[in-house]
Design a protein around this ligand. Sequence first.
Ligand SMILES: NC(=O)c1ccc[n+]([C@@H]2O[C@H](COP(=O)([O-])OP(=O)(O)OC[C@H]3O[C@@H](n4cnc5c(N)ncnc54)[C@H](OP(=O)(O)O)[C@@H]3O)[C@@H](O)[C@H]2O)c1
Length: 317
Amino acid sequence: MSMNKFGKQGWTPDRIEDVQGKTYLITGANTGAGFQAARILLEKGAEVVMLNRNKEKSREAIVELEKEFGPSTKISFIEMDLSELDSVRKAAGEVLKTVPKIDALICNAAIAQVPKQTFTKDGFESQLGVNHYGHFLLCGLLFERIEESNGRIVVVGSEGYKMGIKTIQFDDMNWDKNYHPMNTYCHSKLAQMMFAYELQDRIKAANKNTKVYVCHPGSSATSLIKNSGGLRDRIIFGLMSMTPLVQSAEKGAYPEVMCATEAEENLNQKAYYGPTGRMQWTGPVGECKLEPHAQDKTVAAKLWEVSENETNYEWNL
Ligand SMILES: NC(=O)c1ccc[n+]([C@@H]2O[C@H](COP(=O)([O-])OP(=O)(O)OC[C@H]3O[C@@H](n4cnc5c(N)ncnc54)[C@H](OP(=O)(O)O)[C@@H]3O)[C@@H](O)[C@H]2O)c1
């Protein structure tokens, strides 16, 4: 990319101003990039509500954050398992009851490189189910609250969108014939990104104000592969993490925090933000190169329709 709009060092949390009184929802925030995003926002005085599947890990995360920022730091969690649509519905109901204003919903949670084909409670291939369908439904159920708050939706994608098959496999969404840990993960991340760009168009057509931004954390030392990847991938990523090819989880959080907080006039919805250094895996955070297949309108429109059918949720857009 050409010049970085945020200077040579790229976007950093020093740019965050005035998030006091703002509320950020982050999915999968008990660890990894989501946890670091919560830390950065809390340090600046914002309120963070985590949407996590694991109660115990969430309590531990809260203890750690309260230790760092004091007992009055505004951190809480609502239980939500993205691999069960019922759980997403329940969590969204709880959010609507208890969180009056959503300045940004950060769709950060994910599983990756699951070694064998597995299914969510509702029968979806697990990566597509958790990463895409779960968030698709969550965003739909919270949309009006975000709109009323003049808020944002931030979708955490992956450089994987340009690996694998680079399109949506409509004739076999569950990968019954060709399941592949990496390709199937990449498919789910591409689906999330295509959903985001399609959502922007629908918001615009409906004359609504919610902003939707797409980013990726580059290559960051989190528990992603350790949690859901197979043994071989765990070993490879473990070794890679000791090299400059992989950055800290904290740096991996910068793009999502940037998309949630940076002034609107400095961000472009049709863009893709993340580290701009070597292979876009590490380096100064700014606008990254985006391949056109991520914004293929025909595929995105079809994916929207399929996603509404599968989640049994019709958006009001
Ligand atoms: N790290 C990288 O190099 C990299 C590269 C490209 C993209 N990304 C993306 O970055 C984002 C953050 O990932 P990370 O690297 O920080 O991974 P991570 O450390 O594994 O964190 C992922 C989070 O998602 C949660 N999660 C997993 N399944 C869930 C479910 N069914 N319901 C609710 N929450 C669930 C996890 O909860 P538990 O703790 O309970 O498992 C965890 O809090 C993801 O969207 C990922 O695709 C990461």
